[in-house]
Design a binder for this molecule. Structure first.
Ligand SMILES: [Zn+2]
Length: 136
């Protein structure tokens, strides 16, 4: 290998690949509508698709976090309480940080392997990392 080729090799290694990929993924912003004493997330299907989780899994998390009953239909998630848009945004962001985005490679390509005794085991399909999160 020539000196020049060795230099090229080095240059490739130094590319900050990870941070670029990390910046690509954005947590979807909930489309929140407050209607009387109800708070509706109008785009829960889109959020669930991005998270690759079911609406019910997200509903379960929000029920605990917000201490309010929740119903879902095809498109919408309805919280039977008045919750500020800011709080909803924070909870969704936290959900992604805790349960969706891989702690190792920061990609959202994870799935839940096991939920047991208050802990969720998450596996990353992109890098193979496996870790356990304590449920809130
Ligand atoms: Zn990963």
């Amino acid at each position: 290998m020539s000196d020049y080729e060795q230099l090229l090799d080095k240059a490739f290694v130094l590319l900050p690949e990870l941070s670029v990929e990390k910046a690509d993924f954005k947590v979807p912003e909930p489309d929140v509508l407050i209607q009387g004493n109800k708070t509706i997330i109008k785009n829960i299907s889109q959020i669930a698709d991005t998270a690759r989780r079911t609406k019910d899994e997200i509903a379960k998390y929000l029920t605990k976090e917000l201490a309010a009953p929740i119903t879902t239909d095809d498109q919408r998630l309805t919280i039977l309480a008045k919750i500020s848009t800011n709080t909803i945004n924070e909870k969704i962001k936290r959900y992604f940080e805790l349960y969706i985005i891989c702690k190792e490679c920061h990609k959202p390509d994870t799935h839940v392997q096991l939920v047991d005794r208050g802990y969720t085991t998450i596996v990353c399909e992109a890098c193979g990392a496996k870790y356990t999160v304590k449920n809130s």
